[in-house]
Design a protein around this ligand. Sequence first.
Ligand code: COA
Length: 578
Amino acid sequence: MRVLLLTHTFNSLSQRFWVELTEAGHEVSVELDINDAVTIEAVELYRPDLIVAPYLRRAIPARVWRKHRCIVIHPGVVGDRGPSALDWAILDGEPTWGVTALQANEVMDGGNVWASAEFPMREAKKSSLYRNEVTEAAVRCLHQVLQRAGEPGFVPRPLDYADPAVSGRPRPRMAQRDRCIDWAADDTATVLRKLRGADGSPGVLDQLFEQSLYLFDAHPEDELRGEAGALVARRDGALCRATRDGAVWIGHVRDRATAQGRAFKLPATVRFRDQVRDLPEVPLVPWEGVGRRTYQEIRYRERAGVGYLSFDFYNGAAGTEQCERLLAAYRHARSRPVRVLVLLGGADFWCNGIHLNLIEHAASPADESWRNINAIDDVAREILLTDDKLVIAALRGNAGAGGAFLALAADLVYAREGVILNPHYKSMGNLYGSEYWTYLLPARVGEERAHALMQERLPVSARREHELGLLDECLEGDVAGFEAAVERRAAEHAGGTKLARLIDAKRERRAREEARKPLEAYRSEELQRMHLNFYGFDPSYHVARYNFVHKVPHSRTPNHLAIHRRLGWARRDEAVGR
Ligand code: COA
């Protein structure tokens, strides 16, 4: 089938749909929803058999849905309608939730039902539920839709509120007054629900240091206490705020938009660098606090002869100081008497490379880019030079740009089946990239494929990466199932007879490769190119980063996604008589 993905941005769900459709043998093109005229033009150019809208913020033009079958993915149970579906589900404490695939008509989210799927809710941020449970349920819906689209007798079910199986209902857009925290009255569970239901957008409007701004990235705290609403401590980038019966951590904040434009998210202690100085700092080293419910980005634990290092950086963005802390934690793990180390990254994103928001915020973004890339390179180098342990990167969540290459520094790379990788940098203003990718990528997939991956700038599924040799294993299941499978494999390696041989072989390989071309040569060649990106005459990287961080809306769909807009498309189409 020829499928057009119509989407607000090419976000994680749209990327997952793109790989699912492509791998199922369909021809897929993408159009970003810019305005009605552009959408109509795209549909006329492409003449799709099916239009799928995984993530839209506006209605599909009537001229499109009247002529074409358009399936809209709604992150709510059957009958639920409105733009705040997940937000209400979290705030209301729904035990189960779902995704519905509807055929677009004149009623927003009110069309006939093609498919639906449900899942148990988890105590988690909206963005985390979206990237995990919602995405998996949406993919199940997508496959049902594809199957049903091929069944001549299939008739989608009209939405009937009299049907007892229809549990949802129309809900309004959630307003800030619905999310508003009453620090004196709300208990910790309520505060967490409000904050989680607003992550990563729009955040909860609140006040800190007499400044009105949005709060994100909430974590429970099990020990610290104080007067309700008072700030009681800081740790790394986050602030701890007391509730009436406990406390929560707030990792990130965003200022309100001004006439000068929209602000962007920053770690709370960076935004209030001067004001937080008097707050008590309560550091927690990665290897302490196991089992605690508190804010701890980097955690290290051991089990059955295996060390597990997780680094759950918000949105997978690894800033300079975070990389420095990660390096220190990694060195600690290296010093431990374990023979296998598992790098778990973050639960939602394994890692997305250098921290573009912190770079944008810096007095000199070029200098901060330079510090940050060197700091992440230092982590990659330390992993590459680990010659007495087997290092496994276990990707529970997606990884992009430098984050994807950091994972390749490990000896073995495992990924959960639903994971999407974006192993390329070019979309960020032709950034050349570092993290030793020029050493790591060709070694895994060969020069030709490495070049193609870098130039194509497309998402790749874990399944496909495994076939290509970029990953060593692609494991089925949800995050918990994946973690259990990784633990089993890591323990088998640790207790197995082959471990010493594996480690010897890797030490010999590294020595051979070092003699052929030193690691430092790869790094310095990459950094020369990065220096040009940061300090050279071409400002593309700085412009692309500004647009990314400020979420400047797209003015057109990039040609590498919109195949219908490529030169010659119409002519080719004419030739095959469509
Ligand atoms: N630095 C800062 N923030 C980042 C980031 C980074 N490197 N990568 C992702 N984010 C943020 C996004 O701004 C977004 O923020 P929000 O919570 O305010 O919406 C959030 O993470 C999720 O990103 P999004 O783009 O919506 O996720 P996705 O799964 O759809 O796409 C990527 C993932 C990796 C393809 C995309 O985020 C990306 O291109 N990131 C930049 C990667 C990069 O160029 N890194 C620098 C070079 S090493």
